[in-house]
Design a protein around this ligand. Structure first.
Ligand SMILES: [Zn+2]
Length: 54
């Protein structure tokens, strides 16, 4: 599964950097990937879903 390096913060529109390192064999469906917003410091946990193209 491909997950983005960054996502857009829902709260402030800033950039959230990925905190979790990608495993060698990639993220499995159901894995939780954590992001931290550079602007407001909020943490976002993204669940990798099989039928959800990120
Ligand atoms: Zn933010």
């Amino acid at each position: 599964m491909l997950v983005p390096e960054t996502i857009v913060c829902v709260d402030c529109g800033g950039t959230c950097s990925r905190l979790s390192y990608e495993p060698d064999d990639g993220f499995a469906p159901g894995a939780v990937v954590a992001y931290r917003c550079r602007d407001c410091g909020d943490r976002w946990d993204l669940v990798i879903d099989d039928d959800d193209t990120v």
